[in-house]
Write a protein that binds this ligand. Structure first.
Ligand SMILES: *[C@@H]1O[C@H](CO)[C@@H](O)[C@H](O)[C@H]1NC(C)=O
Length: 267
């Protein structure tokens, strides 16, 4: 998967940013850092939403300013548009703040978005995937999603999308002001047949780190019931950072003060 949005952030963005310089102690931000911070906010959103049918990618950054908060870190104020992760159709806009804290391991995110994709359609898509997975007598097994030519078999598409949602947790946790992540590929996936309400998958995924271009290999367990938070456990190996692991219950607050807000506006 190619980094989205970067090519579309044209010179217009610079013009939009200029009038913001100096306002309230907040200064302008480079296109790269602004796009990067917006993607961090979307990793958080995609993980928290925990819906394979509702994944969003960055459209365009409309405004971005940066404030240095002494002793705490850098706070980005962002306005950006979003696209449906699969169809690339425009699905709304977001206001977000991202704080790269000096001491805390992951960025603090506060994000409010409008969302134009039909909620009923999303719930139905999520549920039909869930139902199909629940009805499997043999576990789903797959590898190389997408394949060498960038294709995803339609049957495996939601399985891949669930890996993106789960990986978003890792990508949110690992992101720093200068390092960003994209999920490049599901190396392999294996379903665990469960007796409870959830569906359960083991994934090996490859994350693409930018700007280092390093490929990071992660093992990921994702447990999901539609309408409930995603449960994620992971273990990653990377060339120069050794190994890292973590666990998310879908209930982590992204905000430094422990408040999570999202308003969804349907239109
Ligand atoms: C999101 O909305 C909440 C509630 O209205 C507000 O407190 C918060 O500051 C908003 N966040 C952003 C980033 O605009």
């Amino acid at each position: 998967m190619q980094p989205r949005g970067t090519a579309r952030l044209g010179p217009l963005l610079l013009l939009l940013l200029l009038p913001l310089a100096g306002a309230g102690g907040a200064g302008p931000v480079s296109q790269r850092l602004a796009g990067h911070a917006a993607r961090v906010a979307l990793h958080y959103l995609n993980y928290r939403q925990g819906s394979p049918s509702a994944l969003r990618a960055l459209g365009q950054v409309r405004k971005a300013t940066l404030k240095t908060i002494p002793g705490i870190g850098h706070k980005y104020y962002l306005q950006f548009t979003t696209e449906d992760y699969k169809s690339s159709q425009s699905v709304g806009a977001c206001l977000a703040t991202v704080i790269y804290l000096k001491r805390k391991p992951r960025p603090a995110v506060n994000i409010n978005c409008t969302y134009t994709k039909d909620q009923t359609e999303i719930q139905e898509e999520d549920y039909s995937f869930y139902k199909k997975m629940k009805q499997q007598s043999k576990p789903v097994i797959g590898n190389e999603i997408p394949d060498k030519n960038g294709n995803i078999e339609p049957d495996m598409e939601p399985v891949w999308a669930l890996a993106v949602a789960g990986s978003s947790y890792i990508m949110w946790e690992k992101s720093t002001e200068n390092l960003g992540y994209f999920m490049a590929q599901v190396r392999n996936v294996k379903q665990w047949i469960t007796k409870d309400d959830s569906i359960d998958f083991d994934y090996s995924v490859i994350l693409h780190e930018i700007p280092t271009q390093e490929m990071i290999s992660c093992h990921l367990r994702v447990i999901w019931t539609p309408g409930h938070p995603l449960k994620v456990k992971y273990f990653c190996l990377s060339g120069n950072q050794g190994s890292e692991s973590g666990e998310g219950s879908g209930t982590e607050s992204g905000s430094a003060t422990g408040i999570f807000n999202e308003r969804e506006a349907n239109s």
